[in-house]
Design a protein around this ligand. Structure first.
Ligand code: CTP
Length: 398
């Protein structure tokens, strides 16, 4: 789960332990990770690129360019697309190059271009491992923020016994899972986000809806996921692409949204209701398309359940509940009233008086009011940046 959808580049160096990478790739593919393999030329003598490309379901890259077509293997792109780079087995030679900025092959060029976390799992004979120059290179790499997956002790290919054995594929896998899930501020937390409009059916072809695009809620769901939370997004009809690694539940009407939110509320630590839920719904839904006959026509409506208030009434002490308020006048007063009435921890106010705020725009301008009466005004920003502001308050309160 932790590695699902993550782009992992494995950089394989020339060591007999390269054979273990075949098993590691299988474990990663089983965990739904996307794996791309880069090999040094020396590594190809220990395990074939064909084996690793078959297992990883991706071509294996070795040179700066494809020798047959002359096509360039863009090391910058490979590095920037990676969520994690794992150098395994990392030989003494490659570690020395990495520590000193040498880049005489594609593998080291990708390393130097990386902005994502780089993990390295050394493999070498015990005396090479103990040598002060290897140890000083490892120290240097760790000081750059690279993460060491320590080698194990045991029988080495030379027949000697000691430290230097590449960690076993299962150990590397455990290390990766722990590394990718720990230290994130919302790791272990479950979040529920509502987003988008609701459509209230009038007849089989018509509905009452609104202009909400879902952008704000989708950006919040994505940001919470990036902060380590396990996120469920309950979304009304939206043209947006479902955020990756977020469990998305699609609903249409306010009552469907209520039921979906109630299902996930109990387990949630963080709940952000950003959907623009219809306040009224037709009392009766015509089973056939309504024909135009009369000059005047009216539809009787009834109130929908207020999802946020329903959840607020059930909220446990440790749950964080966040709502939105879209106001045209008396903004602060109305928002404060909703904060108390719906039992929220904080409320995000959009004023329709602000240009660039609210529905169907890429930007938003919000004011955040908490239970202690603190009021924080933010400038006009992209919805992604607004989501970051909101989530950083969530992190502070979590
Ligand atoms: N909300 C909800 N269910 C509803 C209506 C609103 O969960 N049936 C939530 C929205 O997701 C939002 C907050 O309540 O987080 C505020 O919605 P808003 O429409 O601004 O407020 P209302 O409570 O509906 O009040 P009014 O329409 O009177 O402003």
């Amino acid at each position: 789960m932790a590695l699902a959808g993550k782009n992992i580049v494995i950089a394989v160096c020339g060591s007999i332990a390269a054979y273990k990478i075949a098993s590691l790739i299988r474990l990663l593919i089983k965990a739904d990770a996307q794996v791309k393999v880069i090999m040094s030329k020396e590594a190809t003598a220990f395990i074939t690129p064909l084996t690793l490309s078959t297992l990883s379901k991706n071509p294996v890259l070795i040179d700066y360019y494809q020798p047959n077509t002359g096509e360039w293997n863009n090391h910058v792109e490979i590095a920037l697309n990676a969520d994690y780079i794992l150098v395994a087995p990392a030989t003494a030679n490659t570690l020395a190059k990495m520590a000193n900025g040498l880049c005489d092959n594609l593998l080291t060029a990708v390393y130097l271009s990386a902005k994502c976390p780089v993990l390295f799992a050394p493999a070498m004979d015990l005396d090479m491992w103990k040598h002060p120059s290897t140890q000083s290179n490892i120290h240097k790499l760790r000081s750059y923020g690279n993460i060491l997956i320590p080698p194990g002790k045991g029988e080495l290919a030379s027949g000697l016994v000691g430290e230097g054995r590449l960690a076993e594929p299962e150990e590397i896998m455990d290390f990766l899972v722990k590394f990718t899930t720990k230290d994130l501020p919302l790791s272990g937390k479950k979040a529920l986000v509502s987003a988008g409009p609701t459509y209230e059916a009038i007849d089989p072809v018509r509905f009452i809806g609104n202009h909400s695009s879902g952008k704000m809620g989708y950006a919040i769901a994505k940001q919470l996921e990036e902060l380590g939370a396990d996120v469920t997004l309950v979304s009304g009809p939206s043209a947006l692409k479902m955020p990756e690694r977020v469990h998305t539940v699609s609903v249409t009407s306010a009552s469907e949204m209520l039921h979906a939110c109630e299902n996930y509320f109990e387990a949630a630590d963080i709940v952000v209701m950003s959907a623009a839920v219809a306040d009224y719904t037709p009392i009766e839904v015509a089973t056939q398309k309504i024909k135009k006959k009369e000059n005047e026509f009216s539809i009787e409506l009834k109130k929908t359940a207020d999802i946020l208030a329903t959840l607020g009434a059930k909220k446990r002490e440790k749950q964080l509940l966040i709502g939105f308020a879209l106001e045209t006048n008396n903004e602060l007063e109305n928002a404060k009233d909703k904060l108390i009435r719906k039992n929220l921890d904080f409320i995000v106010l959009n004023s329709m008086q602000d240009k660039g705020a609210g529905f169907a725009t890429d930007t938003n301008k919000v004011t955040i009011i908490d239970r202690s009466g603190n009021i924080r005004e933010f400038s006009l920003k992209s919805k992604e940046e607004v989501a970051k502001d909101i989530c950083s308050i969530i992190v502070d309160l979590s």
